[in-house]
Design a protein around this ligand. Sequence first.
Ligand code: GPU
Length: 825
Amino acid sequence: MNAKATKTQPSPVIDKAAFKAAVIKHLHCTLGTDENKANNHAWWKATCAAIQEQVLEGLRKTQKSHYLNDTRAVHYFSAEFLMGRLLSNNLQNFGLFDVAGGALKELGVEISDILEEEPDMALGNGGLGRLAACFIDSLATMELPAIGYGIHYEHGLFRQEIKSGAQIERPDSWRDYGNPWEICRPESIQEVSLYGYVETKYGENGRVLKEWHPGSIVKGVPWDIPVVGYEGKTVNVLRLWQSEASDYFNWDVFNAGGYVDAQRENVQAETISKVLYPNDETEAGKELRLIQQYFFCSCSLKDIIRRYKRAHGDDWSRFADQVVIQLNDTHPAISIPELMRILVDRAELGWDEAWGICTKVFAYTNHTLLPEALEKWPARMIEKILPRHLEIIYEINHRFMAEVDKKWPGDNAMKAKLSIIEEGNEKMVRMGHLSVIGSFAVNGVAEMHSRLVKSSLFPEFDELYPGKLTNVTNGITPRRWLKACNPGLSKLIDKKIGEDWPRDLDKLQGLAKFASNKTFQKQFMKVKLENKELLAEEIRKSLDIEVDVNAIFDVQIKRLHEYKRQHLALLNIMALYRRILENPDYDMHPRVFVFGAKAAPGYKLAKDIIFAINKVADKINNDPRVNNKIKVAFLPNYRVSLAEKMIPAADVSEQISTAGKEASGTGNMKLALNGAVTIGTLDGANVEIAEEVGDDNIFIFGLTVEEVNELKANGYNPHDYYYKDPEIKAVLDWLETDYFTPGKPGALVSIKQSLLDNGDPYMVLADFRAYSDAQIAVDAAYRDKERWAEMAIINTAKMGKFTSDRSIRDYVERVWKLSPCKIES
Ligand code: GPU
């Protein structure tokens, strides 16, 4: 019998007794405690240490194999990696989850309690950062040589508290009591220069040499987080850089008598990796943020070059064969002039040779069309922090302008449009243009988004560089987002179609033929109900709200943003409430609206929307006239580990962005994979989800991109909807009263203002009626239990396309040209 063909689950590398012994050993020898004294935190750390033994063994073998095979590798540069918790995934990937659970049980400890001890690694804001985490999971699983590069933020995304309905931000301290996964690598410290000036010198044959005299030097200390692939063969690394003051520089200042200044430099250096900027899809324009970007890019490039030189010395001719760097949005775009600087100023390559290398190494992913998210840096700021880089950017642009002139001779408007430099009151450097020009491939993150990147964001670049712009639709790792977070459903699927779907998600297709099977429908919906019970318990504990598990669980989880339109959902909830108050017999299936969302601390309207949701929730949840038909639960501190509890319990997935605004979305994929039915607009990856599940198994509503543009062009006036639709008027007027905020009339008025006086930029009112009708259709559909179960099963069955393994396969084929590397034991 072919063992390979039948073995589907990762086979445990050690047994229960050995695992138990390892946990005890670490309690004693790593933590200095014992079985009687240990609290859950100590048990958690000891369990991590026990599995980390396996992880590090895998890491060592992987690094050795990659080195011996001199592999080409992808380097994923990202300012954000939203990893969440690692213990459960690492156990799963080694096939040790049940072994560990059993071992701990014998020691009198529940594994579920231990898992809850782990703080989330929240080094990201939302979708972009979580995508990076899913991608490195897939890369390791597919045995591809890869390294993630980012920033070792001391504080990740803020912890959200809700006080009297309003968001309060508290610092996140994920490492306060130590992180059992990370390994500090002082042997690979790098130095990064900042500020100062550039000296022009003349070398042999009149060659112009540029020397940057930095005003400040900081140290980058690498911390490695092992990334374990499914079945634990490849263990790649996520390398995160922490900033520290570099010793000798400060001593110079110190010796000159500037003790206070020396101290200040110290603080400054450490500030660089202090905190993640909490803005999602808004470019902050802050000096420290540019320094953060440059800091991690410079460290990472030097790290890559050190590794390359170890194998190839000073022969640069093979660099682009060995190294590909994926830029996760423009946040790491400063890497392009940094690599040019290293090649031209340091390695003394000619410009053309250096540029030839650069443009074979970089590839760029665009994640948004929103103008406020397209990074632009004042040229003056770059000049101050990175004087040499600004010169290089000008040189790149100068040569690029010549190319533009060749293609469109004498067309100055075209030059102004495509230039890296935006002229105006203040000269700005467009990082998107720099990224397109400096990369060999550019991709959007869903079919529709990539089409819009080509047709509306970069149409001229598409003409200039045919074939450079392409699509790679996003994906999610099914290991975390089904196998680990939804054990009930996973086991049911295992029984029905076998156990190899976590590696080959198209296998889920096999469930489709059972979608109308009554027995399977019952089993599937029983798991859903159990997951709803768990979430109901969470809602009770966290909010003291009782919800009925037979209600429809309607879930909207994502960053709070006007374009994502949480306020559209809110208006519909208010409309339902009004209908019930007007007609106590209003016929609807009970529904629980569950929200999770953080607002950027400086985003006033987003915070107002959170406040409004909570105030409306208070009123509805405590109004006996509602008779429990509606409950609203805003769960505070939405994060990866909370998503893992909410997603398995969802019946309905809210994906209601204004068409053309959500580049892809990935929560939409996670929810559908766990059997939630989508109510959504034709936006981002919703379009592809609809293609996969079919029109009968999704609720699509609202304006299309074309209709949005047409309506805008014809002069959209939200007042038309306000005056024509009495329910819209009533609901908006309601916001102005003190009904939801007793004694404080006007507390919710900013929402009404944005939707009327401010012109409703995201066309909430234009889509309201269509949304509300679609929700009525959802309600009707849910009442047919069998039909609903069939829809839910079809959703799970048809999500194969959205595994991040497929995204990575697309990148490998279309962009990276990588081969897997078998790990020798
Ligand atoms: N996205 Br740009 C973020 O989460 N943050 C950002 O700063 C930018 C984009 C998201 C997109 O909004 C979302 O549609 C997409 O699925 C995700 O990136 C991953 O591509």
